[in-house]
Every structure is written in structure tokens, then in C-alpha cells.
Write a new protein. Structure first.
Length: 220
């Protein structure tokens, strides 16, 4: 039927966004690793690496660098993809508002850090407020439900497609949580803080909302 919307299990704008971010991330890291490879020219570089590696078990000497590099690449990809929805809206005022809000958040964070540095008496109150702040952010995370509702309402995905996105997000969160619990000492990293931190770190609404932003752009 002419004018009918195509329902897909995984929104194609989201797939294109993921692929574009992956290509950009790969290009950046290829150049970065090429630059870092200049360290191979440093005298006694291999001896230094061997000295450090010999102080830990073999699996740690091999596994930890691979894990750290993989996480850095994934987080680089994450930082790109979670902001693509801004450009997909096609509205300059959204881009300006987002950029100003981001800069404002940076300035606010720096200001709070400076205040706590020069006013040590406020640190206890700030630490006591952290759990409440995390709880508030987790509550705001529930806004993802409105994004899923919007995708279904505008027929940009099916119920199975929405379920797949939710399952993928949960799989990433649980995998990183299990990895963190296995590597970090429990006395310094309680499970509740790790789960909450990773749940806040892994975006959902900003990625899943990309098709909605593009749909909004189409209806200008």
C-alpha cells in the first residue's frame, strides 16, 4: 500500500548508525595504534614489557591488555553512537541545546569538584548525596520505556524487535557486571554499586531513540 510504513524487527536507521560508528571507531583506533607502535622504536621497550609481564601470571599478562584495549574500543564506539540521534533530528536548535547542555554539565562538574577541593567540610554531605543521585539517574533511565512505546506507536519496529533490543541491553549490562565482579575486589567495589554504575553507563534510550529522531526529521 502506498504510503504505508515498513515494519522491521531491528530499525534500519539504528543498524546504519551502528555500522557508521563502528567504521569511524575502527579508523580512529587504527591510526592510534599506528602512532603507538612508534614505541617499538624506543630502546629497551621489549625488555620493559617483559619485566612487567613476568611479575604477573601469564594469563593476566596476555588477557588484561586485550581486555583493556577491547573495552576502550567499545567505549569509543559507545561515545559516538549515543549522540548520533542529535544529528538525525535535522534541527539545529536541538544540536545547539544538546551541546550547550553538555558544556554546562562539564562546567558544573568542574565547579563542584573545585568546591569540594577547597571546602573539605562539604565532602561528607556530597558523599551522602551520591546514592540519592544515582537513584534519581536510575529512575530517569526508565524513560527508555517511552522510547520503546514511541517505536511501537510509530511502527518503527515490532514487539519482537523491541524485545530484542531490551535483551541485547540486558546482556551487555549483565556481561560487564559479571566481568567487573570477577576482576574487582568486593571490599572496594560492592556489587550494588557496580550494577548501578554499569546500568547508567550503557545507554539504551539514546541509541534506540535514533529511529524516532529520524522519523521526527521526516515529518518536518
Amino acid at each position: 500500500m502506498t504510503g504505508a510504513k515498513v515494519i522491521v524487527n531491528a530499525p534500519w536507521p539504528l543498524a546504519v548508525t551502528c555500522h557508521a560508528a563502528a567504521i569511524t571507531t575502527a579508523a580512529i583506533w587504527i591510526m592510534f595504534l599506528g602512532y603507538i607502535s612508534l614505541l617499538l622504536l624506543r630502546p629497551d621497550f621489549f625488555e620493559s614489557v617483559q619485566s612487567v609481564a613476568s611479575s604477573v601470571p601469564l594469563w593476566k599478562a596476555i588477557g588484561y591488555p586485550i581486555m583493556v584495549l577491547s573495552l576502550l574500543v567499545l567505549f569509543s564506539w559507545k561515545s559516538m553512537i549515543e549522540t548520533f540521534w542529535v544529528g538525525l533530528t535535522g534541527r539545529k536548535w536541538v544540536e545547539f541545546a544538546f551541546n550547550f547542555a553538555l558544556v554546562g554539565l562539564v562546567f558544573l562538574s568542574v565547579g563542584i569538584a573545585l568546591c569540594l577541593t577547597f571546602r573539605p567540610q562539604w565532602r561528607a554531605a556530597a558523599l551522602a548525596a551520591v546514592p540519592w543521585l544515582i537513584g534519581l539517574l536510575l529512575a530517569l533511565k526508565l524513560a527508555a520505556a517511552f522510547v520503546v512505546h514511541g517505536l511501537l506507536r510509530w511502527r518503527l519496529t515490532t514487539a519482537s524487535g523491541a524485545s530484542l533490543m531490551i535483551a541485547a541491553w540486558l546482556a551487555v549490562v549483565f556481561s560487564l557486571t559479571a566481568l567487573a565482579l570477577a576482576l574487582l575486589p568486593p571490599e572496594h567495589a560492592p556489587a550494588t554499586k557496580i550494577i548501578a554504575g554499569i546500568a547508567l553507563l550503557i545507554p539504551f534510550a539514546r541509541i534506540a531513540g535514533a529511529p524516532l529522531a529520524l522519523e521526527w526529521n521526516r515529518h518536518r
